[in-house]
Design a protein around this ligand. Structure first.
Ligand code: PFF
Length: 467
């Protein structure tokens, strides 16, 4: 092995290095968890599914359902010291296919994640070069600018969004190829708190908007008549997305965790940071969007539609907007890298190819499928099953979040609850003291989680193939 290879191995943690301690683990996992899921996906789902009612369901599920799966994955990783495929194979050869299923998911998510990363990058550059007004008010024919942009109406083709996607993807590929994930981790320790401060500043400004009281009430006061089966399904799928669950990431991170770190405390902190950032992002976007009449209808464009309007009206918005979008780029990049890195290590370990070849394969997949997503808003716009108005990007989102992730998570729950048994996880957690949520964990992992997951799987399949 070349020297550079071995240093890359070290950088990516593949020498089974470990996080420096509890803080190192929690911050690294939080940097993977906090991403577009919190800043882009959570606010639009909250808006779409009735504001306060969705928020309450989400938080209740995060502390029960999300916490259970997070603890299970991290413990599985630390117990075996292996990443997802080998972790399952080590415990039972017969069930190693679950590891494979988990491994496919990040490979399908990274491409479309980079497409959205490209949009954020574009918004950063436009706002930094004095074009905030266009972003805020430049839409035509009643559509917001974002829609005109991604469908190519604004510029005549989808070339521009495709270029920004490629730039974002190449940034991600260069970084994982250099193996600087530890550098990025260090940087994320500085930029993550900055993101939080920016979120709070922008949120404070939105509180001064006219009519914000009604928006805040929409976000914070649950109207239980808004609760529906869909609210629940949306919340469960968002928990996977936001906490980076059911795709092998947390198993791999658990395998890098030292034996003297308390898994239960760490999982609680990761969940708290992730849910806290989502809550503040919602507080920043949902009430403001409500003021501008964006609730319900604008779906995945909510962040791109509402925020430029807020910045446009805000004193010093011309400065705040680019700084804010840059930090979102950063949050997206650290998460995209954790997804891409997981994909690279899978190809490397399982196909026994060198790291550069594995990076090459992952790059080709990202660029190929990502371009399909870009074209899916333009010439390839189509009403295929599961499209739901979001083109191929929406199909990849639904396929992973509503179908593959629930299947992988049901199998993981079954594996832990009935094959290796919960005692295996409990023992691992009890290495560092009492497992306080043991009873909750047992009931959740054996019965409640699989049932919730089955519900979202059935509805995801129905929505994709029959609706
Ligand atoms: N959890 C991160 C986010 O919320 O953006 C990264 C991520 C992981 C996104 C897994 C999507 C996903 F399916």
């Amino acid at each position: 092995m070349h020297d550079s290879d071995s240093s890359q191995e070290k950088e990516s943690g593949e020498n089974r290095g470990s996080f420096t301690g509890k803080l190192g683990f929690v911050l690294a996992a939080a940097a993977s968890a906090v991403g577009l899921g919190n800043l882009w996906r959570f606010p639009y789902l909250t808006s779409h599914y009735g504001g306060g009612a969705f928020l309450v369901v989400y938080v209740a599920l995060a502390v029960t359902f999300g916490f259970t799966l997070l603890i299970a994955e991290v413990s599985l990783g630390r117990r075996t010291g292996k990443s997802c495929i080998d972790a399952f194979r080590d415990l039972s050869k017969k069930y190693s296919f679950i590891g494979w299923l988990l491994a496919i998911i990040p490979i399908l998510i990274v491409p479309y994640y980079c497409v959205i990363g490209g949009w954020v990058l574009k918004y950063f550059v436009e706002s930094a070069t004095g074009n905030l007004e266009t972003l805020a008010t430049g839409g035509s024919g009643g559509d917001p600018y974002w829609w005109d942009y991604i469908t190519g109406t604004a510029t005549g083709s989808v070339l521009d969004p495709s270029i920004w996607f490629v730039i974002f993807a190449v940034m991600c590929i260069i970084i994982i190829n250099l193996g600087v994930s530890r550098g990025i981790e260090k940087v994320s320790k500085i930029l993550m708190p900055m993101l939080l401060v920016m979120l709070l500043i922008v949120t404070a400004f939105t509180f001064t908007l006219d009519g914000i009281g009604d928006g805040l009430a929409f976000y914070l006061v649950p109207k239980f008549e808004d609760l529906s089966y869909d609210t629940f399904l949306g919340a469960v799928s968002q928990i996977f997305y936001s906490m980076s669950l059911a795709m092998g990431i947390m198993i791999t991170y658990g395998s890098y965790m030292k034996k003297d770190v308390n898994i239960e405390h760490s999982a609680r902190n990761i969940g708290l940071i992730d849910t806290g950032v989502a809550f503040i992002a919602g507080l920043m976007i949902v009430p403001a969007a409500f003021c501008f009449g964006f609730q319900d209808s604008s779906g995945m464009g909510l962040m791109f539609n509402a925020l430029p309007m807020v910045f446009h009206q805000m004193p010093m918005g011309e400065i705040v907007a680019p700084v804010f979008f840059l930090l979102v780029v950063f949050a997206a990049l650290t998460s995209a890298m954790s997804l891409a890195e997981t994909a690279v290590s899978i190809f490397k370990d399982r196909m026994h190819v060198s790291r550069p070849i594995a990076v090459g394969i992952v790059s080709a997949i990202i660029l190929g499928l990502g371009l399909v997503c870009c074209l899916g808003f333009g010439p390839w716009m189509t009403n295929v099953p599961g499209d739901q108005g979001a083109g191929w990007l929406g199909i990849f989102d639904t396929l992973t979040n509503s179908i593959l992730m629930p299947i992988a998570a049901i199998l993981t729950c079954f594996f832990i609850g009935f094959v290796v048994k919960t005692a295996l996880i409990e023992e691992e957690i009890e290495i560092n003291g009492v497992f306080r949520s043991k009873k909750l964990f047992r009931v959740m992992i054996k019965y409640v989680c699989p049932l919730c997951l089955l519900a979202i799987l059935i509805s995801g399949m129905y929505g994709t193939f029959f609706a």
